[in-house]
Design a protein around this ligand. Sequence first.
Ligand code: NAP
Length: 469
Amino acid sequence: MPIATVNPATGELVTSYDPFGQDRIERLLAEADTAFRTYRTTPFSRRAEWLLRAADLLDEDRDTIARTMTVEMGKPVTAARAEAAKCAKAMRWYARNAERLLADEHPDPDDVHDSGASRALVRYRPLGVVLAVMPWNFPLWQVVRFAAPALMAGNVGLLKHASNVPQTALYLEDLFLRAGFPEGCFRTLLIGSGAVEAVLRDPRVAAATLTGSEPAGRSVASIAGDEVKKTVLELGGSDPYLVLPSADVAKAAATAVTARVQNNGQSCIAAKRFIVHADVYDAFAERFTAGMRELNVGDPLQEATDVGPLSSEQGRADLEELVDDAVRRGAAVLCGGGRPGSLGGGLENGWFYDPTVLAGITPDMRVHREETFGPVATLYRVADLDEAIRVANDTPFGLSSNAWTRDPAEKERCARDLEAGGVFFNGMTASHPALPFGGVKRSGYGRELAGHGIREFCNATTLWYGPEE
Ligand code: NAP
């Protein structure tokens, strides 16, 4: 099957590529293996120089690559530009901090002595070739947040990107090459998901990271488990957004709109379930619904567009099924609930869906347990914080969470009890290079970003020197 870009705003084929054959995959695996042998010994200063150059090139290319992303997967072009800028920032952060984050660790001298050594330390060494299986929703960012730390640690990367974003995937390979990284340090494999297993089982591949859906994660993790190879999994999310009586409700509602519809609603860390205390429920629901209704749905290449199309026809069909199921089981549609009327301008065949708010959610509805990957919000009315936390945790996912309250005791309670990889107070979840990112439960395991992320693909090597030294 060809690897094709179809513009989700128009349904038109933009470009397509033949997937790489066995010979080419073999060549790239051999090249990556060879590259690692020398690249692993390059000093941090050299790697940083190349990564800083990549950041500068990305800044120069921002408008063009943003347009490419928008045409490939439909995110508003304003958001695509912001994504490119964020990637450059993360590259600079890792270029400046990697050496410090991977500095040798020296245990307590008493413990060193107790181990029988004259000295002992921990040194972080790279693992080797890391296979990155990545999704289309943040086609630059998902890759860069893996590649920047991995390359700074001395690993080399093989990217299997989502099949609908091949141009962005090839751009990334070209970017790292132009920046000066040696041949083979970062390569794109244009392959379908069926070809991942053979690459992952190849002895030259040391580890894998996957960002994507739960089925994809399960498959990659079980193959890697069979091969006893390290994996990091960043999977789905259905993040709760708690609004408690002491919150600034107007601000919480305005932020909730952005938190839900960012990236056309297709973000793993988008807030998806809005769990609101009865005392402020009506005020929040009214403002939030009004905000969702006012969003500008349309051509993602237009600067004024807030919400573009979903990335695929199947993605929209899946979302429609979830909404239909909820409505059939008694959910109230406060706004949206279907496709927008004719948008004109060649967008008739685009995969658009109206920003939607559903209320009266009950546990038997699929939206209660499944991820809504599109601009659909679910609203819950709860009596107190205990119930809010119970509803928040009643999900297979545990990526991030949000809580709006001014009460320090309530914040402590949320920090202790929300089952997620992060709790964001009085704001929305967002990733930052200096803060670890990842989930618990079915949202995956391992962490990206910060020191935690760069150490995931390192061998924490114990160096022990006997007493005679
Ligand atoms: P997906 O179908 O799982 O695709 C993600 C990547 O995995 C693609 O490169 C895909 O390749 C590949 N893939 C799919 N099935 C595979 C298999 N059985 N074996 C090996 N590789 C496989 O995910 P999606 O639906 O496009 O992306 C949305 C999902 O990603 C959502 O659940 C979202 O929450 C999650 N996500 C999570 C994070 C996070 O950080 N936690 C961030 C972004 C997105 P093909 O394109 O060739 O099928």
